[in-house]
Write a protein that binds this ligand. Structure first.
Ligand SMILES: [Zn+2]
Length: 198
């Protein structure tokens, strides 16, 4: 029923988070009706994303000439405190509180199975090596994982993996409602959760 290019668009965009086939179809028609210049601009915005790089220390995005993001390059941020989070958007939420002086490790979205994926183990290993190269032990590792049942399970797994590499391993306080998400918590709630670490 659809021309090949529309079909391809719908297939591609349906794979993106929070966009299903219906939304993808609406987007396709919207773009077609918006004219060639708009389509060009949209495809350029998507295409430019390929220039974004991933930080070699925390795995956040950047577009610097070396391998480090702006947070990892920042000499004013503490190397001795590292927060482990799932997603880039969690980092952005924590940064908005302006209450966190340390560094991060982005792990990628955790599964509900209570098993870490191999890519996540690799990222944890990279943090382990980083800490070993900086003297073997830091002051604090904060596990900034959503307070859900599987989040708790994963937090336990992660803290076992990192045992001995930090003087203490904490979690964000229970300001975030149980089952809630860091990404959607407001700045005050998140700031309090940060201050009342457990
Ligand atoms: Zn970084």
């Amino acid at each position: 029923m659809y021309p090949e290019s529309i079909k391809l668009f719908i297939d591609t965009f349906s794979k993106l988070p929070s966009i299903g086939p219906r939304q993808a179809t609406r987007l396709a028609f919207h773009l077609v009706n918006s004219g060639k210049a708009n389509i060009e601009e949209t495809s350029k915005a998507v295409g430019n994303l390929k220039n974004i790089k991933i930080c070699s220390e925390c795995f956040f995005i950047h577009s610097n000439s070396d391998n480090l993001c702006n947070i990892c390059r920042d000499k004013n941020r503490k190397n001795t405190v590292v927060m482990i989070i799932e997603k880039e958007t969690d980092l952005i939420s924590i940064e908005r509180t302006k209450k966190y002086p340390g560094k991060y490790l982005i792990l990628g979205e955790l599964t509900k199975s209570g098993v870490l994926e191999s890519s996540q183990k690799l990222r944890l290993n990279s943090l382990k090596n980083l800490i070993k190269n900086r003297g073997g032990q830091i002051d604090e590792i904060i596990i900034g994982i959503n307070p859900t049942t599987y989040g708790d399970l994963n937090a336990l797994l992660i803290s076992k993996e990192l045992q001995g590499l930090s003087k203490k391993i904490t979690r964000l306080g229970r300001g975030i409602p149980t089952g809630g998400e860091i990404e959607f918590a407001d700045e005050d709630t998140l700031g309090q959760a940060l201050e009342r670490r457990i």
